[in-house]
Design a protein around this ligand. Structure first.
Ligand code: SF4
Length: 71
């Protein structure tokens, strides 16, 4: 079974810098001054988990989480 993850952007923490959306527009988009996940659930093997983690590591407010979902 491929692992699934949920992308969560904490709106209270998001500073609206746009870094995540600029780096990974496939997974993050800006709505006004806040980032939102394009896809809430991503799947290992189908989605680029490393790229998502890279965007997470570049977020200045540590406002993005990748939660592991149970099968
Ligand atoms: S990188 Fe972080 S602070 Fe910047 S828009 Fe994305 S979630 Fe918000």
């Amino acid at each position: 079974m491929s692992k699934k993850y949920r992308i969560v952007v904490n709106e209270d923490q998001c500073l609206g810098c746009g870094t995540c959306a600029a780096l990974q527009p496939k997974y993050f988009k800006m709505e006004g001054q806040k980032s939102r996940p394009v896809k809430e659930v991503v799947v290992e093997g189908e989605d680029d988990i490393d790229a998502i983690n890279e965007a997470i590591s570049m977020c200045p407010s540590e406002g993005i989480l990748l939660e592991s979902l149970e099968e």
